[in-house]
Design a protein around this ligand. Structure first.
Ligand code: CA
Length: 233
């Protein structure tokens, strides 16, 4: 069964999330503090995704996200934020979260987000077809489709699953201007509840990882008022 960790200090919200995820077929591990979440993740390495509340006693959700990413680039991370925490959302995404949900949210939105996250991560349904393997090579980059890894000049670049999916889309559409909506639809899936801004935050993070100078990008170019274009010599 797919295992998901829920970190939330307010017990009523935590129960709401746990009940709905269990109803949707997930095995749920609960944590009330950041410290407890990190311990439980270490004890459950097969956990596929973590939902992290931001405002917590002790270490906050953003710090928990940062610490998880130090050891695990592959687990899916969704931040849970209140409407007033707009900046925290961006900080959380820059720290390595894949998505965020604004409280309050409905059970349908919650499970749709978690399902979509796991789908993006390549958790094919039992009957699903395997993605074709091989690689996409555009010097200095080489994307390995079997291992879902990226190298720049032969050096591994550590990507989250969402970043990997964006780079793959870029490399498959070299030189073509892609709209934010097109990137959102392809990477996050149709019916995604979030905002196109999440694309910009992920691109900012990717530029820091891929560009020689993130302020003067040579590979991920901005197409003003539209989206982005992948440009490789
Ligand atoms: Ca809280």
């Amino acid at each position: 069964m797919r295992k998901v960790l829920v970190l939330e200090d307010e017990s009523s919200i935590r129960s709401f999330i746990v009940i709905n995820l269990e109803r949707a077929g997930y095995e749920v591990i609960e944590a009330e503090t950041g410290e407890e979440a990190l311990e439980k993740l270490a004890a459950n390495p097969d956990t596929r995704a973590a939902l992290l509340d931001i405002m917590l006693p002790g270490i906050d959700g953003i710090e928990v996200c940062r610490r998880i990413r130090l050891s695990d680039p592959h687990i899916g991370i969704i931040m849970l934020s209140a409407r007033s925490q707009e900046m925290d959302k961006v900080t959380g995404l820059m720290t390595g979260a894949d998505d965020y949900i604004t409280k309050p949210f409905s059970p349908a939105e919650l499970t749709a987000r978690v399902d979509a996250l796991l789908r993006r991560m390549g958790d094919a349904p039992a009957t699903g077809a395997q993605e074709p393997g091989g690689e996409l090579s555009q010097p200095p980059f080489r994307l390995n489709l079997t291992n879902r890894t990226l190298e720049k000049n032969g050096q591994r670049v550590r990507l989250t699953q969402v970043e990997y999916a964006i780079v793959k889309l870029f490399m498959e559409n070299r030189g073509k201007a892609l709209s934010r909506e097109e990137i959102l639809d392809t990477v996050w899936g149709h019916g995604y509840f979030g905002e196109p801004k999440i694309v910009d935050v992920n691109v900012r993070r990717l530029r820091i990882k891929l560009e020689d100078d993130a302020q003067e990008p040579k590979h991920i170019l901005t197409v003003w008022g539209f989206g982005y274009k992948w440009n490789v010599e």
